[in-house]
Design a binder for this molecule. Structure first.
Ligand SMILES: [Zn+2]
Length: 317
């Protein structure tokens, strides 16, 4: 089990420009402090390399990459009402994307069967040419595309269980049939996309699975959608790699949304994915997205890592 992050990811601080911003460095610190108290659950820690420009260009046009770099170089500023990049944000963003890429390389080289990429800023709202929703580059999409373009894979399955729809990842892969993108998210909140009727376009039709749930949804609904809709579709797809856009803001304590999962719910979802992936003989890597209640985030991330590592048979009962 391999855990990827980098100290630079702690230097990105949207609160510098947008006071009181929920996507704060303390999020990652909370996860790492909780892991430290439990001997990192036996996971090996690795420092993420910076993503190369070539890797970012797999997903984002050069103008977008250069625009973010120049904004940061010039001192930074708000990109929209909730997305900010400061001087330290470019390096953080490179490490966040690099963590996901390095995790995928390690998984595909057979070094580990499971990985966790804990970068900030998060990524799944970043569209090819637009930073939004706290996200600058789409980390999971860059890593998935790397696997397809450079590492010889033909089919990657991305499960996005962040409470918000992963609009960026959805747009990036909308027209492709080599990425199955499935998102369970609360309907009617940011970013407003992700209707069930949206199943992808052109050659990508049928390779996008959007499953909005109402506010107040609990573990039973999330797990049943995962087991009855997402995993059967993924099994037909026969993925060679499973990536989880792992946001933890569907937790009942999260301040940004209204779902009611517990930390153990994320463990159950992770165990369910782990068991399915074992049948497909596909490695599993989780990429940190949202989660804004510090304790809930730490507890949920640890439950996910424990389950991915195969601990806690109780998750399954
Ligand atoms: Zn979210």
């Amino acid at each position: 089990m391999l855990y990827f992050s980098h100290p630079a990811c702690l230097e990105h601080d949207p609160g510098q420009g947008l006071p009181g911003h929920p996507e704060r460095p303390e999020r990652l610190r909370a996860v790492e402090e909780a892991l430290g108290e439990r001997d990192w659950l036996g996971w090996e820690r690795r420092k993420a390399p910076a993503a190369s420009e070539e890797e970012l260009l797999l997903v984002h046009p050069r103008e977008h990459v250069e625009g973010i770099r120049e904004l940061c170089r010039s001192g930074g500023g708000a990109i929209d009402v909730d997305t900010y990049a400061g001087e330290a944000s470019y390096e953080a963003a490179l490490r966040a994307a690099g963590a996901a890429c390095e995790m995928v390389r390690a998984l595909l080289s057979g070094e580990a069967r499971v990985g966790f990429s804990a970068g900030r800023p998060p990524g799944h709202h970043a569209e090819p040419s637009r930073a939004m929703g706290f996200c600058l580059f789409d980390n999971v999409a860059v890593a998935a595309t790397l696997a397809l373009a450079e590492l010889g894979l033909e089919r990657v399955f991305i499960l996005d269980w962040d409470v918000h729809h992963g609009n960026g990842t959805a747009e990036i892969f909308r027209r492709r049939d080599d990425v199955l993108f499935a998102s369970i998210h609360q309907g009617g909140i940011f970013p407003g996309t992700g209707a069930r009727e949206d199943v992808g376009s052109g050659p990508g039709e049928g390779f996008t699975l959007n499953l909005p749930v109402p506010a107040g949804s609990e573990e039973d609904l999330w797990l049943s959608l995962l087991e009855r809709e997402v995993l059967p579709a993924a099994a037909r797809f026969e993925p060679q790699l499973v990536l989880i856009s792992a946001g933890f803001d569907a937790h009942r304590d999260d301040p940004l949304a209204g779902c009611r999962l517990e930390a153990s719910s994320f463990g159950r979802m992770a165990a369910t994915v782990r068991d399915a992936a074992a049948e497909w003989q596909a490695p599993v890597g989780a990429v940190l997205e949202g989660g804004y209640h510090l304790q809930a985030l730490a507890d949920s991330a640890l439950a996910t890592m424990s389950a991915l590592a195969g601990e806690g048979e109780a998750w399954r009962s």
